[in-house]
Design a protein around this ligand. Sequence first.
Ligand code: B12
Length: 208
Amino acid sequence: MEFEKLTELIIELEVDDIQEAVKEALDEGKEAFEVLGALTKGMDEVGRRYEEKEYYLTELVLAGETMKEAFEVLQPALAAADEGQEKTKIILATVKGDNHDIGKNILASLLLSSGFEIHDLGMDVDANTIIEKVKETNATIVALSSLLTMTVEQIKVVHEALQEAGLRDDVKLIVGGAPLNMELAKKLGADDFAEDAVDGVKHIKNLA
Ligand code: B12
């Protein structure tokens, strides 16, 4: 299995074939990190096509699914190869009261494919759960999703809870979701905002 072929399978969104291909590459003795590199290259191209409006949301979601499939096979090999390596830890959650998680999940799969350690707490997550997870993992980035105008205030709640716990200086807070923009995000206490998941990965790389 050539690396170029793996890259191509991601770009072509071949969700049904990717696991077999990754398995083949690993069985041939290819390094897990090089396989990840080939897959990530594919995701970079998907991101580029999305930005150029050659791909749309459907393709982005499918690319995320394809990466997820690939990860099921790749993860154990990566974990074995990765022992001892420090990765930036990110806590991801959709805020309390909000049950929209599709955008968050796309961001999670893109971040995973960029080599971050992700702790995805799911949706409708209260501030306390986030704080506890920060303490447990020593995560340095918290990424929050909010899709409802009604729930954006929860970002402020998390920001203040981080302050109260004495963790705010150690943690960067980035947020996303349709009702938000940079100005509102900052007003709610966040450090950063990104319009979509592709942009989100770029911002998070800068924050890390
Ligand atoms: C699918 C959907 C649902 C599904 C959610 C399923 C799920 N598992 O997620 C269901 C049916 C459950 C649902 C329920 C409701 N929904 Co709804 N829903 C939508 C819909 C149609 C699509 C959202 C979506 O998934 N978009 C696709 C993803 C990929 O985009 P995204 O989430 O925006 O994420 C992208 C970016 O925002 C960004 N991003 C997102 N999060 C983050 C986080 C970070 C850190 C970063 C960097 C980036 C980032 O990156 C993502 C990918 O590029 C939207 C309308 C719309 N067109 O947006 C309404 C919408 C969000 N829903 C709405 C409403 C009102 C509701 C309900 C209250 C309806 C009701 N009366 O019951 C309930 C609320 C339930 C709850 N408590 O949350 C309104 C919100 C209005 C508002 N401004 O408050 C919307 C806008 C519809 C509308 N026009 O009225 N909904």
